[in-house]
Design a protein around this ligand. Structure first.
Ligand code: PAF
Length: 279
């Protein structure tokens, strides 16, 4: 497995693989890899000749008061995990390699305005910008993203369609801890008491899955889910919403494929979870 730090050496390597007729898969990450990322890398390994993992904590997707500095990093561990999973290359650039006083950004309208976009107004512009850059640098055949970041996945699919990237986007299921908590690098912020409290998210997901049925009022489901979270003293709801699975707009009834998504603060840590429902 190789590690590159620059755009030029990454492009040269990918070009050489392409010359040999090899297919290339990309797993974009911000590092501090966990079992969720491992599932993406495994899927990418199954479906491509070459597996590229990018490890880059992308500054443009963090707001001014967010956790860019605190975001957990452990490249040694990431390196070992990627190696053990059979990755061929880690692209691990410094911020200065990716951004030199940037003026060009990629943003996507409407889909990024609801849910996480409400409290994180520049987040998806940063995500779309860095993912576009990675797509240009690595030029993969396929790229792998987790369903845990469901709004991100919907936005990237739409960006790829709207901007004609010749890349297949593969969405992969949420990976959970044994007790139900969705795997996330941010789970490391939780103290033991908060870790226990964080289970209210997966409990709310379960409650929503039990209740939801075609034709129901969305509020009938969401009210019950909110009640599960509100019963947990350490939890504070950012949102619990039901949206159209493609447009990310709120729906009043379960009359189409929907995403039921939530963001909840446990202490200072903001966690997300969701489930999809097809009518
Ligand atoms: O999901 C993530 O870890 C990030 O948003 C991504 C897609 C790697 C872009 O920085």
């Amino acid at each position: 497995m190789q590690v590159t730090k620059t755009v030029a050496e990454t492009r040269a390597l990918v070009k050489s693989w392409r010359k040999e007729g090899k297919t290339v898969g990309l797993v974009p990450t911000m590092g501090y890899l966990h079992e969720g990322h491992a599932s993406l890398i495994r899927k990418c390994r199954e479906e491509n000749d070459i597996v590229v993992v990018s490890v880059f904590v992308n500054p443009t997707q963090f707001g001014p008061n967010e956790d860019l500095e605190a975001y957990p990093r452990d490249f040694e561990r990431d390196n070992a995990l990627c190696k053990s999973l059979g990755a061929d290359l880690i692209f691990h650039p410094e911020p200065e390699e990716m951004y030199q006083d940037p003026c060009a950004f990629v943003s996507i309208e409407t889909l990024s305005e609801n849910l996480c976009g409400k409290t994180r107004p520049i987040h998806f512009r940063g995500v779309c910008t860095v993912v576009s850059k990675l797509f240009h640098i690595v030029a993969p055949d396929k790229a792998y993203f987790g369903q845990k970041d469901a709004q991100q996945l919907a936005i990237i699919r739409k960006m790829v369609r709207d901007l004609n990237f010749d890349i297949e986007i593969v969405g992969c299921p949420i990976i959970r801890e044994e007790d139900g908590l969705a795997k996330s690098s941010r789970n490391t912020y939780l103290n033991p008491q908060e870790r226990q409290a964080a289970l209210c998210l997966s409990r709310a997901v379960k409650r929503g899955q039990e209740l939801i049925a075609p034709g129901m009022d969305s509020e009938a489901v969401l009210k019950e889910m909110r009640a599960v979270i509100e019963a947990e003293p350490l939890a504070r709801i950012d949102y619990v919403s039901m949206v159209d699975a493609l447009t990310m707009r709120d729906v009043e009834k379960v009359d189409r494929d929907v995403l039921v998504a939530m963001a909840v603060y446990i202490g200072k840590t903001r966690l997300i979870d969701n489930f999809s429902y097809e009518v």
